[in-house]
Design a protein around this ligand. Structure first.
Ligand code: BGP
Length: 458
């Protein structure tokens, strides 16, 4: 049996915009997803929008019982900014406060450790209209929102998180058009990335001002970048891919400074954001207490074929291109590579290059389309998911034996939930959701996960 260190955290992650749903009169303001669905519903898989999700807002009391039945000793969720502050700033929604307070209290009453994230791609619409993360006003609004959360809910929350995968809203919103506002504008992307980092560092500061003992982190999707070959051009492609994808937030969040090589690339293309020395000091002085790491798949890259044409929008692809490595193992449903050793490799990078900072694996999981076909005896028999988890845990265990400072494994996700443009295309949960009736049924993996947690290994 592979045993994990005593006190290891076992649980799952979800996010508020993907699980709560909207209820008439709940006082929640609109965020960019609500708005985008209103204006372009056809963009969303099967035209299912964010008001549906898994109905956690109504069903949370039963859902918290399910946490126990699936062996959770830790649970990660988020607060919807627009549920607390319908316009992003100004008046607070008392129903939102009461809701989160009750959720957090109940999770704690179960003896489950609680990790709460403040931002999971869910910009309040009113703030987006004023420029979103391109505007410094949003940074101040976020700091106020974060501070309010620490003050209101700090007594229940074991660990706070400033942002989930911030590089995603930068790239998807400002380069690749998978998130609203769907811009293709590298200068704006750089500003958004910088203001997001500044907001994160200001939240770390506010958190410690509210209570010096509160713990706070940022969650980053760390995808090790593997070059196609030993050729220096491919090697460089991999290094630059890591600069953009990982180090752009990892370095300022953990070390308090940006990598010089990244700064010089941005300078070369006239992409440096507006900044002040005071802001850089805030980033320098307010690094995170620990790290959350999401890992699904690695990056395989090669030297690019194209030269940057100053007439067209700058894209990081002018430095690296995806490499379709022959023979790689795929998740046939989601189209993502499965490479378990990536966990070991990223663990060693954190150990060697980031002072072996404490971390938790905050997302890893297998999205499956058409999962209902695997239902037998009234339950989804998701042996593939169990195998997927075991494969990654073997590598995590090996990394811990080699000194990785990792304290927990959180699966994506708890109950099947809504996922942005993919809506319900891929199911990830330990618990199945019937979209029509909202009935919840624990999958085989949910029962197995309970044993995993009770045995602290498998
Ligand atoms: C992560 C996000 C989650 C979730 C997950 C699965 O990057 O933090 O919010 O969506 O990916 O992604 P998908 O549902 O698109 O397969």
């Amino acid at each position: 049996m592979l045993k994990f260190p005593q006190g290891f955290l076992w649980g799952s992650s979800t996010s508020a915009p993907q699980s709560e749903g909207r209820v008439e009169g709940d006082g929640k303001g609109e965020n960019i997803w609500d708005y985008w669905y209103e204006i372009e519903p056809e963009k969303f898989h099967n035209e299912i929008g964010p008001e549906k999700t898994s109905g956690f807002y109504k069903n949370y009391k039963e859902d918290i019982e399910l946490l126990e039945q699936t062996g959770h000793n830790v649970f990660r969720t988020s607060i919807q900014w627009a549920r607390l502050f319908p316009k992003g700033t100004g008046d607070i929604n008392p129903d939102g406060v009461a809701f989160y307070e009750d959720v957090f209290k109940r999770v704690k009453e179960k003896g489950i450790e609680l990790i709460v994230n403040l931002y999971h791609f869910d910009m309040p619409l009113e703030l987006q209209k004023m420029g979103g993360w391109e505007s410094k006003e949003t940074v101040y609004a976020y700091e106020n929102y974060a501070r309010t959360c620490f003050e209101l809910f700090g007594e229940y929350v074991d660990s706070w998180v400033t942002f989930n995968e911030p590089i995603v809203h930068v790239e998807c919103g400002y380069l690749y058009q998978f998130h609203y506002p769907m811009k293709v504008d590298a200068k704006a992307a750089a500003q958004v990335a910088y203001y997001t980092q500044l907001a994160s560092s200001m939240a770390v500061k506010a958190c410690h001002e509210v209570d010096a003992n509160y713990r706070i982190s940022i969650i980053l999707n760390l995808t090790p970048a593997y070059p196609r070959s030993e050729h220096p051009a491919d090697q460089k492609a991999a290094r630059v891919a890591e600069l953009f994808q990982a180090k752009s937030f990892l370095d300022p969040s953990v070390k308090g400074e940006y990598p010089e090589e990244l700064v010089s690339i941005l300078k070369e293309h006239d992409l440096l954001p507006e900044y002040t020395e005071e802001e850089l000091a805030i980033i320098r002085e307010n690094t995170v207490d620990f790290l959350g790491v999401n890992y699904y798949q690695p990056l395989r890259v090669k030297a690019p074929q194209y030269q940057w044409n100053p007439e067209s929008p700058f894209l990081p692809e002018y430095y690296y291109e995806p490499h379709d490595m022959p023979g790689k193992k795929m998740n046939p449903y989601r189209g993502w590579e499965i490479y378990e050793k990536g966990v070991y490799d990223l663990a060693m990078t954190i150990k060697e290059d980031y002072g072996n900072i404490e971390w938790i694996l905050t997302e890893n999981g297998m999205g499956v389309e058409g999962e209902a076909q695997y239902r037998e005896d009234g339950m989804i028999q998701d042996d593939y998911r169990i195998e997927y988890i075991q494969g990654h845990l073997r590598e995590l265990h090996r990394a811990i034996e080699d000194g990785a400072n990792c304290h927990g494994y959180l699966l994506w996700t708890f109950i099947d939930c809504w996922s942005w443009l993919n809506a319900y295309k891929n199911r990830y949960g330990l618990v199945e959701l019937d979209l029509e009736t909202e009935k919840r049924t624990i999958k085989k993996s949910g029962h197995w996960f309970k044993e995993l947690s009770e045995n602290n290994g498998f």
